[in-house]
Design a protein around this ligand. Structure first.
Ligand code: F6R
Length: 588
């Protein structure tokens, strides 16, 4: 949830760290801070608010020094205050620390510390800096100190630590939260995310769980928690820095919505062998479990509905945060398909942990290159949609869906499957080019407190996704539901003018869904129909082009994304950084 980063090299660290923070702001944006060391002096600048406003106030980028760490926060333990913002210093200022994750046993650890510590914050993270200080004072050995302390911490964490008496070294520690080293020339980087240093280098080393790294200006040394030296090759990542700019768009979110006309095509570029292995595994007769969180869970639901028709084995889809009974069921005859944009979602990794020991085959679908998910999978398919910066999933969702289509077409032996998916590109453009026609509906949504999204069969997950987008971006209460379920509660909530968005392209669920729309209308709802043809039940009609039935979910989602984005703009919300949310949910 938080983003952490560190720099050591021949340049001033603070402007680089500031840029890194801006790049990682999607990970958390309630407070931020930078700490550098210059001529033995520790400089710390931190405050609450968005990075730009903090920088205007206290010039984060002007701290001197060629070594430093930085943090952008999404509060978990301790409220949003300047004191709780990172970096955290130990009492005698020997340890400077930034942390991403949650230390579950921090209260217990706190009790084990001597009474001499002076705490400045209410965070679990500050406890780590004091623990490290106590241990370091005994051992005077940074690596041994970090090994011992890391073994005591329960939970997920990535740490970047500077010992102020060793201002030529930065240390990183990883357990269940991402940490990546960027290898520069005469400079090195360490960060939660490649995007934070991609302007400077695209050569990286991915740390694994339970590893510690010592980084100097010209060296990188990795050890595991037991002190064994690890040799790891560097990886060259192909993402261009340009991918991260907003270009001519006012927000990343709308840029990413537009990008979908090309990303549905790039999703099809899969390594032939890996793709075939993936599909063959699905046909192997093993039981199939699909999981994800948020939008990725909605893809899991669609995937399950489609896959069930093509494989003989049982297919189940479940929320990663509700995995207990499914984990029990999985064994060596099971396949788990985790779906994730970031590849770092904590609940998802909680599902996967230890399953490999049980012999479960992991076939993943992910976006972030080098993410933890890609590295624990037996076979993985990458979305190839480039970095998604807007907090709400948009292009990653449709890329996931494009991959699901590719798999289903392969299983169904549809010869021109790829062409069919590629054709969606033009249809996406067509829908976006009509965005002005959404104006009146946006006004209606803007004035509403509750909005219902209805869909049946493969349109039900899209109803869930449409509602999620509206909640996230416009801050309007929205419920996505199976259209047939309105009689079981929802009709009691419908008032004169309540908007009901009916996802109803012309397929076998059309008549039943239309009846549900009419039932809503009879109770006063304003009906917004998303369909290939108009109907007298609709107060507003959003036209979508005619496509093969299976492809409608991708097409019908685009206007829902646009509605959420423009309603957010109408309400003066920042759609890239919705309040209280973070993109990469690395805590349970
Ligand atoms: C919704 C959204 C989140 C993510 C969820 C899973 O717009 O962005 O709900 O879908 O946090 O994230 P990943 O796919 O990275 O595992």
């Amino acid at each position: 949830m938080c983003g952490i980063t560190g720099y050591i090299g021949h340049k001033d660290a603070a402007p680089i760290l500031l840029k890194s923070l801006k790049r990682m702001e999607y990970r958390g944006y309630d407070s931020a801070g930078i700490s550098t060391i210059h001529k033995d002096k520790i400089i710390i600048k931190k405050d609450i608010g968005r990075i730009d406003s903090i920088n205007e106030k206290i010039q984060l980028g002007e701290a001197e020094g060629k070594i430093g760490v930085a943090h952008t926060r999404w509060a978990t333990h301790g409220g949003v205050t300047k004191e709780n913002a990172h970096p955290h210093l130990s009492c005698n200022k020997e340890v400077i620390l930034v942390h991403n994750g949650i230390i579950e046993n921090y209260r217990k650890l706190l009790k084990g510390l001597s009474n001499n510590h002076n705490f400045q914050s209410q965070t679990d993270s500050e406890v780590i800096s004091h623990l490290i200080e106590e241990e370091y004072n005994k051992l005077k050995d940074p690596i041994k100190t970090l090994q011992n302390i890391s073994k005591k911490l329960n939970g997920s964490f990535a740490l970047i630590v500077i010992f102020s008496d060793r201002a030529n070294e930065i240390y990183g520690v990883r357990k269940y939260a991402p940490l990546i080293v960027g290898i520069g020339e005469n400079e090195n980087f360490i960060s939660s995310d490649i995007v934070s240093f991609i302007d400077y280098t695209d050569n990286v080393i991915f740390l694994e769980d339970k590893e510690i790294v010592k980084v100097t200006q010209n060296s990188i040394e990795i050890l595991n928690f037991d002190g064994d030296k690890i040799t790891r090759d560097k990886t060259h990542v192909a993402w261009e820095a340009a991918d991260i700019s907003k270009e001519e768009f006012s927000h990343h979110t709308i840029k990413e919505i537009h990008e979908q006309s090309s990303t549905v095509k790039t999703a099809l570029n899969q390594d032939k062998e890996e793709f075939e292995k993936f599909v063959n595994e699905l046909l192997s007769g093993k039981n199939i479990f699909i999981t994800g969180s948020g939008s990725s869970f909605h893809i899991a639901l669609i995937f399950k509905k489609m896959l069930t028709k093509f494989v003989k084995s049982q297919v189940q889809a479940f929320l990663s945060s509700e995995s207990e009974e499914y984990r029990e069921l999985m064994d060596e005859n099971s396949i788990l398909i985790p779906i994730s944009q970031s590849g770092e979602t904590a609940d998802l990794h909680e599902v996967i942990r230890n399953l490999k020991d049980k012999g479960v085959t992991i076939l993943s679908i992910y976006n972030t290159i080098g993410s933890s998910l890609s590295r624990v999978s037996d076979i993985s398919l990458n979305l190839n949609c480039g970095p998604e910066i807007g907090v709400a999933a948009t292009k990653s969702f449709t890329s996931q869906l494009a991959i699901v289509y590719k798999i289903i077409f392969e299983l169904g032996k549809v010869k021109d499957g790829n062409e069919k998916i590629e054709e969606l590109s033009e249809q996406i453009k067509e829908i976006i080019s009509n965005e002005k026609s959404l104006h009146e509906i946006i006004e209606l949504l803007n004035e509403s407190n509750d909005v219902y999204f209805l869909g049946r069969s493969i349109h039900h997950p899209i109803a869930l996704e449409g509602a999620l987008k509206l909640k996230e971006l416009a801050y309007i209460h929205a419920e996505g539901m199976a259209a047939g379920e309105i009689k079981h509660g929802t009709l009691a909530l419908v008032e004169e003018g309540t908007p009901a968005i009916i996802i109803n392209p012309k397929d076998e669920s059309y008549e039943d869904t239309m009846n549900n729309a009419i039932e809503m209308k009879a109770r006063g709802a304003k009906i917004i129909g998303i369909s290939v043809e108009d109907n007298e039940a609709y107060d507003y009609w959003i036209k979508i082009p005619k496509v093969d039935n299976i492809l409608y979910p991708l097409i019908e989602l685009i206007p829902l994304q646009l509605l959420a984005y423009y309603t957010a703009i109408r309400r003066k919300n920042n759609p890239d950084y919705p309040r209280n949310l973070a993109k990469s949910v690395t805590v349970k």
